[in-house]
Design a protein. Sequence first.
Length: 528
Amino acid sequence: MPLDLEASFACRMALLLCRLTRRPFWSLSKRLKSQRDRVSEAAVDFECEDFSFRSSLSKIPNVGVGEKVIQQNGKAIVIIHPNMAARRKPLQLQFSSNPKIKSKLSHLLQRIPHEGMEMVKRRPSYSRECLEASEYYFEDGLRKVYPYFRVLETIVNKERAGVSIDEFIYLLAPTNRRSFLRAKLKSGHFHVNFESVTDLDRVVEEGDFITSLTHYHEGAVPNDNIDIIHETEDILVVNKPAGIPMYPQANYNLNSLQRILAKEGGYPNLNPIHRLDKNTSGVCIISKGPSSKTKQIHSLFRKGNVKKQYLALVDGNLAEDETVVSVPLLNRYNYTKIIPADGKKFDLAKEAETRIQKLAYDSETNTTLVKCLPASGRTHQIRQHLSQIGHPIVNDEIYNPHDCSNRFDLDPLLIEEAVAKVVQAQQRHDEAKHCKGTGSGFSKDPEDLSWIDSVSSSIGNCDTCLFCQFGRDYERHAEKSSVTPMLLHSAKYEIGDDTFEAAPPRWISDRDYLLKLLKSRNKSPSSS
């Protein structure tokens, strides 16, 4: 994101390469003099198996990574390398059904030299640069990530084609204020097929490739230890703390279990074999890479030959010592609805069974500790089945009505104020474009010795970023309210001859901690 980045063919070519190779566009577009040299050097740099990272890039707080480059005229510019969205399966070479886009991409791909195509074949799911996008810091007992710039992407499908870019973006993020999204559009943060778009009426077609440059604020997670239960050459088994997602999702990237273990633990190629919800703790089995052992474990999971034990604290007193719940459940895209046997959508549901054993009832808190033995592995199965029998899990913000009402939501008035600031900032930028000699450069000359501080203070608090406008105090309050653990724990997994068992969570071993959790649960988030 250099200040004078031009919309040239070379830049569009570099952006195409970055999508295929997981490398930042801004790095490829300016690094080398000729097209062939650009791709050749990138290919050499990308071959490294040791996950090495170029030392020329500097860490810029609240921005990401960047470098100062001296141009031929002696002028210094700063290039910022936004983090690219990681994906389990890299984007395919031909990702458009639009004939015009197909033709354009085919023409571009023919111009890529042999070295570039070899680089495409070897592309990993993410690179060291993805891990180095920002750094952790610790505050209020939480692990946090300094904000950084990131490129998000999507492809227009058939159902959403034929509408304006303004309408399309709003459909993707309906919770955002329309005026905020329009301000981002006008500021040139969105690209359609590698070209900046500021016209709100631009119609998107099926297969269009949409990217957005975003100032990315990751969610905070508890600063709890990730204890290793078992480790071999093939697998890693850990006790996942509640509040940490297993892999990048929503507004979590570096603050996911997969990235934390890669960035701090030295495990770059981990892939979860099964899934635990973000707010569920306990046994988590992770593959270190393809092997006969991991294939065997995957096969056992698919066949349902894995014995699982969960512990949960639920509201109320179960009448029976043991209960078997066999309620079919919809797939993950409709998991918030439980389908009874006579439901109209029963044919879409899948069979699910959970055996629930009562362990202990606490009359002081009116809660019951239960053991859950799921015979199948549907999404949110235990949570849904416990809710179905009238005893939802404590701190379940989806299926427990009490906790749904306590869920933290941003203050609507604060959102409106922040949106107004973003819109005003965009208006100032529009006015500045018509003033001779006025630009959006840094507040200080990049030649200054403290150029990193200059860049951080100039664009680290992004005037088109909604979260930056909220203010740090409110953001800290929101972070504290978003890490309440759900009282569900993956206690034991039996896979063939192997048994993996996690230590009990703190809400079981420490009663004072449990009482504190339950007390805070009964408070409104706005009053805490």
